[in-house]
Ligand binder design. Sequence first.
Ligand code: OFO
Length: 180
Amino acid sequence: MLSEKMLAELNEQINKEMYSAYLYMAMSAQSKDMGLNGFANWFMVQFHEEMYHAMKMYEYVQQQGGRVQLKAIAQPPLEFESVLDMFTKTLEHEQFVTKSINNLMEVAIAEKDHATQIFLQWYITEQVEEEDNDNEIINQLKMVEGHPHGIMMIDRELGQRAVNVPTDFSKGVEAAEGDE
Ligand code: OFO
């Protein structure tokens, strides 16, 4: 069972994960428009990852007998200056999410909610990986300094990224994880 405070914080986090999905979908749309299909693919895969983060939390709240309450999703930026700008904003956003997850963990500790602490460990590990991925791509983008040939090479590499999280939640997240 979740305390009222824990439930409210988890519902906030579901909203942040949904915003993450929306933000990366916006980046995917602009990449596509720029003719960078590999970048568009990378951000669309990221969109699916974020939907999974949101749905995993959604299901956890329900398993704990809590009521999911969905709030409005904020509008992401309409325009990014460049792909480097997209990845810089991606990293900044992920650092914000990391802080938010750390804050959730602190609430779970204060509330003596051991189950939620265990649940949140998965997100803490995930954030380390996300920030690492973004840093790696930012370094590559800085190395090519916007040269079209370099950007095309990175585009080809990012086009290889495949979705490796569940995307069909009609039977629940745990069922979908079992099918992986
Ligand atoms: Fe990008 O990890 Fe969730 O938000």
